[in-house]
Design a protein around this ligand. Structure first.
Ligand SMILES: Cc1cc2nc3c(=O)[nH]c(=O)nc-3n(C[C@H](O)[C@H](O)[C@H](O)COP(=O)(O)OP(=O)(O)OC[C@H]3O[C@@H](n4cnc5c(N)ncnc54)[C@H](O)[C@@H]3O)c2cc1C
Length: 432
């Protein structure tokens, strides 16, 4: 809505005080006056638009509320296995006990991000046999999205699963649009895979954009900052000739260059990181970049999918399968199989490789809508909490490969929080 030129309005900024951000308000007569005041403030080194942390703990351009990163804010630790398949997700079909089984599992670190595109492919294969109904085995993000897509095509759907989404590995992810994360290995995936991946990534992106701005913000964008003491460059992973083993000989990837890195194929739709000049760097660090990143708020997102699923007459049956042959008992003739990492044991697919990862979860901080990365550690603020990660930049995609231990380890999370807290302290010091 337009504002009348001379109407008083509020120029506001945040000041962290007490339990949360407090809005400070200055009423200014008209836009020209405001511009003059801002200019004056800038020249005088005042607080309104000065880069860096402003007294009263307001970060500069744009004004950022500092994150609270003390250990008392840590309310959860989650550990999870990315279901990496060297050849990329299994979207093949087979016949079991007279049923057409369409696989939809093995999405590595990209399951949320590729869910809509992957479901479109799987449901398309299910529709080829003209069923009226379909069974979906699994209710993680892949199974639930497949179920909803099948319903939108007019099918009756029953989900059979050991757990509903909130209790699945999907809820132990971090929750950003990362469609190229540990999704496949170059050689085993073959030359056709990048096209399929791009199709799934673009379709999913389009679908997520229809969920922006909904109540509860199931999908939203946030600024993503990376800061550094040295110029920030995109890391590449040339093959190390000293490493002679590979997936082909060892059954596991042995170095980063074996992983497919496909993100550049969608660089035209996904915001890219740009270097920040000193005047726009809100942190007291010599180098910074900023991009916009899409995030998923898991509870809000799951609620929307479950509402649609049950609203369209979907049924959920709590059931554990022990062998593929048990699918023959189901009343449906077509089954979409979406058990994620569990397919390794349930379906006997030993090509599913565990890639362990863990996150620490802080109390949500609603005034904070950005993420910060420094070296190996990051903090990502979403509606459902602040996600802390501590990765090893020298290991890259190899971190956690082959590790199926799902118990969290608190020490690296606390270390990450301390490292990032020091950056906020340094920023405050630089601005004082
Ligand atoms: C630390 C970490 C961070 C991540 N961050 C992201 C991210 O930011 N963005 C992103 O896109 N991806 C991310 N991922 C990857 C993502 O979490 C996975 O790709 C995704 O969760 C896989 O979903 P799924 O539905 O295939 O499997 P799951 O979530 O594991 O669901 C499997 C379903 O099958 C059921 N099931 C299993 N076995 C049986 C059985 N025998 N009988 C009956 N039911 C069974 C389960 O109960 C469950 O309902 C991350 C992963 C990790 C580890």
């Amino acid at each position: 809505m337009g504002r009348a030129p001379n109407t008083p309005y509020a120029a506001s900024r945040y000041s962290a005080g007490g339990d949360g951000p407090v809005q400070q308000t200055a009423f200014i007569g008209q836009a020209a006056t405001r511009r003059r005041l801002l200019g004056g403030a800038l020249m005088a080194g005042g607080a309104l638009a000065v880069p860096g942390l402003v007294r009263g703990q307001v970060l500069g351009t744009p004004s950022l509320v500092p994150m609270r990163l003390s250990p008392d804010q840590l309310v959860d630790m989650k550990c999870c296995l990315r279901p990496l398949r060297a050849a990329g997700p299994n979207l093949g079909t087979e016949s079991v006990g007279g049923k057409l089984v369409v696989h939809n599992y093995g999405h590595g670190g990209s399951g949320w991000s590729l869910s809509w595109g992957s479901a479109e492919v799987a449901v398309g294969k299910a529709l080829a046999s003209l069923p009226r109904s379909v069974a979906v085995v699994g209710c993680g993000i892949i199974g639930l999205t497949s179920a909803v897509v099948a319903q939108r095509y007019g099918l009756d759907v029953t989900i059979y699963a050991r757990d509903q989404i909130a209790r699945t590995r999907s809820f132990r992810a971090s929750g950003s649009y990362t469609p190229g994360s540990r999704i496949a290995l170059v050689e085993p995936a073959g030359p056709q895979f990048p096209d399929l991946w791009e199709q799934m990534a673009r379709h999913s992106w389009r679908m997520f954009r229809t969920m922006l701005g909904l109540p509860g913000e199931p999908v939203r964008f946030g600024d993503s900052y990376a800061v550094s003491d040295a110029p920030i460059e995109r890391r590449t992973w040339p093959a190390d000739p000293a490493i002679t083993e590979s997936f082909a000989t060892a059954g596991l990837p042995r170095q980063n260059s074996e992983f497919a890195h496909l993100d550049s194929r969608i660089a035209d739709i996904v915001p890219q990181a740009v270097p920040l000049p000193p005047g726009e760097n809100p942190f007291g660090m010599p180098y910074a970049t900023r991009s916009s990143q899409m995030h998923f708020n898991f509870p809000a997102y799951a609620a929307i999918l479950l509402d649609e699923f049950f609203g369209r007459g979907g049924k959920f049956v709590n059931r554990v399968f022990h062998r593929p042959g048990e699918l023959a008992d189901l009343p449906e003739d077509v089954v979409i199989h979406a058990t994620g990492y569990a397919a390794r044991d349930f379906w006997g697919d030993r090509t599913v490789i565990p890639v362990r990862g863990q996150t620490g979860w802080l109390v949500p901080q609603p005034g904070v809508n950005y993420s910060l990365r420094y070296r190996n550690v990051s903090a990502l603020s979403k509606g459902d909490g602040i996600v802390i990660m501590n990765n090893n930049p020298d290991l890259g995609d190899m971190l956690g490969v082959g590790d199926s231990m799902e118990l969290p380890n608190r020490a690296p999370i606390e270390e990450a929080m301390a490292t990032l807290a020091a950056i906020f302290a340094r920023s405050a010091g630089a601005a004082a």
